[in-house]
Design a protein around this ligand. Structure first.
Ligand code: PEP
Ligand code: MN
Length: 267
């Protein structure tokens, strides 16, 4: 199937002092979930120190088990916003369903649509009329074509500020949580005008694999990264095993800055 490329020029999204796409490589970092005021403040401060401008953190979590931590809800959104404002950061957080759009809108700068919702067409259509940018993660078993068509649901409903995030796909390999499809990055660049990020945390599920895959993603031309970081991952309420420790995060930032400059990109 041929993707209809409706737009020729690459999409560049500007939000306050942040540019997504173009020559810029941006990093989104933060915990998997917002757990407490203390936790999100500590993490916001440490990612800010390394030059990050966008803070992540889930308040409504799409967990595989209904018995796992589901997020703090609106209180999580409030704490995330507070921490971001304290350090002059933008906020990105996941919106799980249509009925939550207005609530999440009040606190976030960017809507995150997670892998499990990539084909929730009703949510995508409604985000087409939301007046904030959307990051669309790749579905667990979605082809690049499926993914780009999902993005069209948002674009064709009136929101031109969409970017993508490759986060690994399900394959027969079980060593890593998902299989990181690095080639999806140049494939998307060839087929689409949209910026494409990569999430090496969800893609691997293993802390010690995150830095090498972050390097690979930037070298492959990713327009940015989404990375999970935690100051005390042993105690994290979700995804502790894939969270980078503060010193590892700093190391990753130094390494990807070097790689970005070698391929002529700014960070
Ligand atoms: C996340 O980034 O918190 C997340 C749930 O990721 P994904 O939707 O890619 O599984
Ligand atoms: Mn997570």
């Amino acid at each position: 199937m041929q993707v209809v490329v409706l737009k020729k020029d690459d999409t560049i999204i500007k939000i306050k002092n942040v540019v997504i796409g173009g020559n810029e490589v941006s990093v989104i970092a933060g915990p998997c979930s917002v757990e407490s005021e203390e936790q999100i403040m500590i993490i916001a401060e440490l990612v800010n120190k390394s030059g990050v401008k966008i803070l992540r953190g889930g308040a409504f979590k799409p967990r595989s088990s209904p018995y796992s931590f589901q997020g703090l809800g609106e209180e999580g959104l409030r704490l995330l916003r507070k921490a971001a404002d304290e350090f002059g950061l933008l906020v990105i957080t996941e919106v799980l369903e249509n009925s939550m759009i207005d609530l999440v809108y009040k606190y976030t700068d960017i809507f995150q649509v997670g892998a499990r919702n990539m084909q929730n067409y009703s949510l995508l259509k409604e985000l087409g009329s939301a007046k904030k940018p959307v990051m669309l993660k790749r579905g667990l078993s979605a082809t690049v074509e499926d993914w780009l068509m999902s993005a069209e649901y948002i674009l064709s409903n009136g929101n031109s500020e969409v970017f993508l995030c490759e986060r690994g796909i399900r394959t027969f390999e079980t060593y890593t949580r998902n299989t990181f499809d690095i080639s999806a990055i140049p494939v998307v660049h060839k087929r689409s005008h949209l910026p494409v990020f990569a999430d090496p945390s969800v893609a691997t599920g293993l802390r010690d694999k995150v830095i090498p895959m972050a390097r690979a993603a930037v070298a492959a031309g990713a327009d940015g990264l989404m990375v999970e970081v935690h100051h005390d991952p042993e105690k994290a309420l979700s995804d502790g095993p894939q969270a980078l420790l503060p010193h590892q995060f700093e190391e990753m930032m130094q390494q990807i800055r070097l790689i970005a400059s070698v391929i002529g990109r700014t960070m």
